[in-house]
Design a protein around this ligand. Sequence first.
Ligand code: SF4
Length: 348
Amino acid sequence: MTTAAQAIARLKAYDGPSLSIMEVCGTHTHEIFRQGIRSLLPPQVRLISGPGCPVCVTPVDYIDEAVMLALDFGATICTFGDLVRVPGSTMSLADARGRGARIQVVYAPQDAVAYAAAHPDEAVVFLAVGFETTTPAACLAVQAAAARGLANFSLLTANKTMPGAYEAMKDSTDLFLYPGHVHAITGTGDCETLARKGVSGVVAGFTSAELVTALAVAVTRAARGEAFFVNCYPRVVRPEGSPAARKLMAATMAPCDARWRGIGVIPNSGLRLKDAFADFDARKKFVLPALTGRENPACRCGEVLQGKCLPGDCPVFGKGCTPAHPVGACMVSSEGACSAYYLYGRDA
Ligand code: SF4
């Protein structure tokens, strides 16, 4: 068994070629900064951000849809707090609230179901964003609403799945630091398949010991020059993942193409409600028109999310764009790369 001290020594001793490692998960970006792990990396190892922050990859037209539901259709929007300040084409949900919209911050989809049950005169829409980690909770909420016959509850879905993103990002990095909580649900089959196709990576946990171990394994295996996959988070991630969570998702949602902020449409990388739950699909219920969002042209979130630039390369980073006055989603979200660089490493 490798101790954290041994992992740090292996990490520091790396003398192989330059290596880019994509932190797929925004929580990894924040934790690696917060725990000072960047200072342990040899200079030729570069960490780049990836598309694993659900709020960050949600496209601007989704915010526009939520604003339209709130202001034009009078719906009550229930959402996680991060989404409230993400800029839309013309305004954020916080701005809409200033114009009289009902925006409720909740901590779980079930809270939105409870709100709908307690407010039968309001049309309640829960903003369902997230990856395989959080989507099962949204599915449970819909099933609970169906079981209770709640006609005033629906989801505005922007749920996404990671395998398509790995395919889209595989040429942008030398290897992936895979998100542990996603693979606790999906298992390790996708990573093993990618390794057989020449795409390397390690699944990592979130403590300092787990992160330095995963990074040490990554650089050690990369130095051998062969594609690899190692599960460095076995206490949580099992090869089979969580069959019960996947069964719940498969019963409630179906794959669809999805637009990722700055990346574009990735085939079959999204989830929509199955036809059996059409009554709980806000787009169908309110007959929402197709919207075309307009990104702020100054924002380089799209490139940050693909590891093509660092937040500091954005001309408005830390000037026009700060956590208090965000221009893009990556500065708003608690998992966003720009907020991580602003909070912990403006000189990184
Ligand atoms: Fe977008 Fe702000 Fe990040 Fe620039 S610093 S990429 S404007 S979120």
